[in-house]
Design a protein around this ligand. Structure first.
Ligand code: 13P
Ligand code: SF4
Length: 381
């Protein structure tokens, strides 16, 4: 007879029973108690009730820069997704900062470990190493510069650091691509084909100088070795499952229905959507453009639902629409909710931090090289 398995209830479960008011009050209590020792960072795609409790909010670039710059806090709680918490850990615990704090390590907490990013998961380090080996047969490896979108694992960032490459965000992909092309003949852009293609097109690089690498194909990423040898940009075949839902017909619909409307999209959208947009930018730029526009401006915005809803609420003087008839929301960002945040904070306050994201030392050192190159780009983000 087999022994019955007794499922131990997760200590987080009782938090689910608490009301939003009670959770908010308890979160505020911990914030008050820890004061400046605690830094809660919130990405723009977070739910309203969570992002309102963040000390600072931003796009991926700003959040990385904030984690790199803060000298006061002794713990970071990241309301975002896994790669963001990894980046914060690498930057907040870099050797120079550790030395200044006499070796004190800053825990970076991700309130729910299931908050990943499906795009980041589309590039695994073994696949990237394999791609690099094959590309090196058609182009000398010193002439290839890897560029990774920050939406990638620490292992991929470390790969870029080791091979003379750089990290970018949606706020500085142009500057990163310029940086890379000044140092090599070919760029391997990971893992978002759309951000890579849209950025290269904007720089005047034609489509016939780009090739897509599909990591699931057994050889040459499903492409032709000669064409890969000639390509200036090799685009990893990854995408964002949220932004791929915005389609050119949605743009057509809004243009027909609302003459004069401005189409504002994130560069993770497909090229056919970006080509028709009036403005393209990171979440930070999207917010800035809406804020700066004249009252009465009409917008159809193509990015994650929570951000668009918040823009509508915060800018009643403008007419803001969501650029899709279907719900495009980031299900992993959404995992960070009040119960998880409260649970993570109360454990932190009691000296037993949970869900601490820690990148191993060797990977962190190499990834830091690629991140610092990004932070030094002219204009920052
Ligand atoms: P931003 O860099 O614009 O904040 O976007 C992050 C992201 O994951 C978009 O899907
Ligand atoms: Fe990843 Fe897309 Fe979610 Fe951004 S919106 S975190 S790219 S899945």
């Amino acid at each position: 007879m087999s022994t019955p398995v007794i499922e131990e209830a997760h200590p987080f479960i009782p938090y689910r029973q608490l009301s939003a008011e009670e959770l908010t009050a308890r979160i505020r209590r911990v914030k008050h108690e820890l004061g400046e020792r605690l830094l809660i960072l919130g990405h723009h795609y977070q739910r309203d009730e969570v992002v309102e409790l963040a000390d600072l909010r931003g796009d991926s670039y700003r959040l990385s820069a904030l984690a790199a710059a803060d000298e006061t806090c002794r713990a970071i709680v990241f309301c975002g997704v896994h790669f963001m918490a990894e980046t914060a850990d690498i930057l907040a615990n870099r050797p120079e900062r550790l030395a200044r704090r006499d070796g004190e390590f800053i825990p970076v907490v991700l309130p729910d470990l299931a908050a990943g990013c499906s795009m980041a998961d589309m590039a695994e380090i073994d696949q990237v190493e394999d791609c690099w080996r094959q590309l090196s047969e058609v182009t000398s490896p010193e002439k290839i510069v890897p560029v990774t979108y920050v939406n990638s694992s620490a292992a991929i960032k470390a790969f870029c650091g080791r091979h003379g490459g750089i990290v970018c965000t949606s706020a500085n992909a142009d500057a990163a691509l310029h940086w890379a092309l000044a140092r090599g003949e070919k760029v391997l852009f990971l893992p978002d084909q759309h951000l890579g293609r849209n950025t290269a097109l904007r720089m005047g690089i034609p489509l016939d100088e780009m090739q897509v690498w599909d990591p699931h194909e057994p050889e040459w990423g499903g492409g032709d070795p000669d064409a890969l040898g000639r390509a200036r940009i090799v685009l990893w075949k990854g995408h964002c499952s949220v932004h791929q839902m915005f389609l050119p017909e949605h743009v057509d619909y809004f243009r027909r229905q609302y003459p004069g409307i401005k189409i504002l999209v994130h560069p993770e959208c497909m090229m056919e959507v970006v080509a028709q947009a009036d403005e393209v930018g990171s979440t930070g730029k999207i917010i800035r453009l809406v804020k700066e526009a004249a009252p009465g401006t009409r917008w159809a915005v193509g990015t994650e639902l929570h951000l668009v809803h918040r823009l509508k609420k915060e800018h009643p003087e403008q007419e803001i629409y969501f650029l899709s008839p279907v719900v495009c929301m980031c299900a992993t960002m959404y995992r960070i909710d009040l119960p998880h945040l409260c649970w993570a904070l109360e454990n932190l306050a009691s000296g037993r931090p949970v869900n601490v994201i820690r990148v191993d030392e060797a990977a962190a050192a190499d990834a830091l090289v690629a991140l610092e190159r990004m932070l030094e780009l002219p204009g920052g983000g």
